[in-house]
Design a binder for this molecule. Structure first.
Ligand code: NAP
Length: 248
């Protein structure tokens, strides 16, 4: 199927996990795809994984000047933009008493402030119709220990799906959010846990999910395709919870 035929898409954090799989699905559906990441090596590896078919841009999601530059680069490459998937994100887990201002600002910067200003910079080049998909999280809905800041950033994204839809729908821009539960991606290897602890954490998470498994990146990517496509013109300001029942 070519449900995104001819559409031009920007996926932030497209070098790994959900973003990389979304890029793969978008290309298979006929889209032209640009991805971002912070690291030239992971960008090169991702480009290779995508058969050399994507545009890659080095861009730190927390850096507002770089979001402006990225919007300019997308304008030069694509002219107008049909789809933005604001997917780049980090998870930093700490007990409430161990947060400091730098760590707080890092999570807010990458997960919330950067995407907000990227959307602002892209406003002049969004096509009509256009679709924005924000990658939120089930952590916006559950009281998982040590996720206060992460959960807050993701709750803010789900809120933005509604408020920005209210503001932008008259320009033909739909904004929706997806809130995945635990998805098997390299993200868990970045939590800084020793391997033995990681295995314990993974088993414990899996046990809490009613379907008793982690989700797959492709399951989320297929939902992004739907929300980004012309099959979803009446889906505006929604949040799709894909969590194996974790928030039940
Ligand atoms: N996996 C889950 O269980 C899960 C559940 C709910 C929500 N999510 C959300 O889904 C999104 C993708 O997660 P994932 O599991 O696919 O994680 P991942 O495999 O760690 O991928 C994260 C992506 O974000 C990029 N990124 C991180 N910080 C960045 C920055 N400052 N600027 C630009 N790019 C940056 C990474 O690029 P680099 O190559 O530069 O590192 C990478 O491409 C995140 O927003 C995450 O919060 C994940």
């Amino acid at each position: 199927m070519e449900r995104l035929k001819g559409k031009r898409a920007l996926i932030t954090g497209g070098t790994s996990g959900i973003g990389l799989e979304t890029a793969r699905q978008f290309l298979a559906e006929g889209a032209r795809v640009a991805i971002t990441g912070r690291n030239p090596e992971t960008l090169a590896t991702a480009l290779n994984a995508l058969g050399g078919e994507a545009l890659v841009f080095e861009s730190d999601a927390a850096n507002i000047a770089e979001q402006k530059k990225l919007a300019e680069q997308i304008g030069e490459a694509f002219g107008t933009l049909d789809i933005l998937v604001a997917n780049a994100g980090i998870v930093e887990m700490r007990p409430m008493g161990q947060w400091d201002e730098a760590a707080f600002d890092r999570s807010i910067g990458i997960n919330l402030k950067g995407p907000f200003f990227l959307i602002q910079e892209l406003l002049p080049i969004f096509a009509n119709p256009a679709s924005i998909v924000l990658m939120a999280s089930v952590n916006a809905h559950i009281g998982m220990a040590n996720t206060s800041v992460y959960g807050a950033t993701k709750a803010a994204l789900a809120s933005l799906a509604r408020t920005l839809s209210g503001e932008l729908v008259s320009q033909g821009i739909r904004v929706n959010a997806i809130s995945p539960g635990p998805i098997a991606t390299p993200l868990y290897g970045k939590l800084g846990l020793p391997e033995a602890d990681m295995k314990h954490v993974a088993a414990s998470i899996q046990n809490q999910v009613p379907v008793k498994r982690f989700g797959e990146a492709i399951e989320v990517a297929k939902a992004v395709v739907f929300l980004a496509s012309d099959e979803a013109p009446f889906t505006v300001g929604s949040e799709l919870l894909m969590d194996g029942g974790l928030a039940l």
